[in-house]
Design a protein. Sequence first.
Length: 542
Amino acid sequence: MAQLGGTPILILREGTEQSKGRDARDRNIMAIQAVSEAVKSTLGPRGLDKMLVDSLGDITVTNDGATILDNLDVQHPGAKMAVAISKTQDSLVGDGTTSSVIIAGQLLTVASELMHQGIHPTVISRGFNLAGKHARAILKNEIAEKIDPNTDTDTLKKIAVTTMNSKGISGNKVFFSDLAVKAFSKVRQEKDNMGQVSNIVIVKKKGKSIQESQIVNGIILEKEATHQMMPKVVHNPKIALVSQSFEIKKTEFSSDLRISDPNDIQAFLDQEDSILKHFAEKLQEIGANVVVNQKGIDDAVSHYLNQNGILAIKSVTKSDLEKLRKAVGGHINENIDGLTAADLGTCELVEFKKIAGDDLCFFSGCADPKAVSVLLRAGVNQGLDEAQRTLHDALCVIASIYDRSAIVGGGGAVEMELSQRLLNLASKQSGKEQIAIETYARALEIIPITLAENAGLDPIDIIAELRGAHAKPGNEFMGLDIYQGKVVDNRKAGIIEPIANIDQILKSSTELAVMILRIDDMIKSKSGGGGGMPGGMPPGMM
Ligand SMILES: Nc1ncnc2c1ncn2[C@@H]1O[C@H](COP(=O)(O)OP(=O)(O)O)[C@@H](O)[C@H]1O
Ligand SMILES: [Mg+2]
């Protein structure tokens, strides 16, 4: 509140809450630490699962950091920022969500200690920024090992297995890594491979086991034919892709039609009939024997299509139709009058199958599909959802390797190597920033520490051993293998990760920590909704 000649000037609406300086910062730090604590126990292969129950009572069992944070009804603004970085992490690399939040939490913990020692937050945030930049440069130029994803399928599978180690489908990792590598190899491109992950459509159906899952060299639509008598199988189909309603438009307002001459009634019906018939005739004329329509198909049109031996599917979503086009080729037409034989797509086989009680239409044997479906099977519904998240993560890490073809060691290896190299770098600097870089370096140890803790190993012993190993050159891949319960060469053990993952973890966690440290004033308007000022952490978070 400012004063002007003794009169206070109010610049904020009455009821606005404001916390300043240390108070604002401490509250944000506490909130992020709370989020970090909430996900810590899920990190790594021995991480525990969380059972999330939403307001409708639906249950999700997962240890996927992104899913957990997505489901937490977080209200504190600082905590919301932590959730936001994990979402960014998820959308950019599809993995590393838990790690990014844990590192951010640890950076802020050590920053608090430095502030207590009297170092100004601006100095710390500058030091962290610098350390983060150095870390990413060291990662790229000194630590990462280049690979060729086009020939090194073995390494691709290991990367996929490593990401799946921390998921609940342990028994099927090898099967899934194989599936993910094969599925992705069909849609991969020169660049923007992360963008291609959405061209792998996962169709979930209950089954006996995950091993029944399969890749279709084309697309599955969860649809049935519009007429019972239509063919169930079409070999070498000529497929018309249409986004034009095969119905006669009804007027939007009620209207009367007065017909005085009985002959006119017939003429009117004939007219309507010929419009409907036209759809089927046109398709037959250009040689189509399958039509997939984004819009509706009138029963009468279905009847004529059936008479002409054409298989029809209606009400397909725009995105499914687009994926189908990527698989079978051809063009999507808004008006079939302009349709020609050149617009038709094809594949080896269109076939209906009943799976888990549902009708599915398989378009398979596509020559060069740019989109494919994976039919995912698993015992129970919950298993299916977690299997889908797992497969999605595996696809993401494989895609990211095609975009940036280099790997680093998992199980804390890369964090320890970075930590060691940053410490060397700090020793050549001077002043308070040196301390900040050193602190940043030590903060990275939180990953192996947490992995060890979650596995019931002694973190002090493990860290001592890792420090010793990484002090020597040529040990970049020395990390923890939880399955062997000790420090090993994780290049040999096959615990490896894409560079894009750790790179983004460093970027997002540093950004979050720096952002929080720079905030010294928090103003919250009364009508802002959602729980009061920090102090009052959302109930689930404490
Ligand atoms: N066999 C293993 N031994 C030790 N650490 C492993 C092993 N497999 C994976 N990890 C590590 O687990 C961590 C990832 O755990 P996860 O729960 O998936 O968190 P995130 O959301 O950060 O990906 C990574 O540091 C990874 O290297
Ligand atoms: Mg992971």
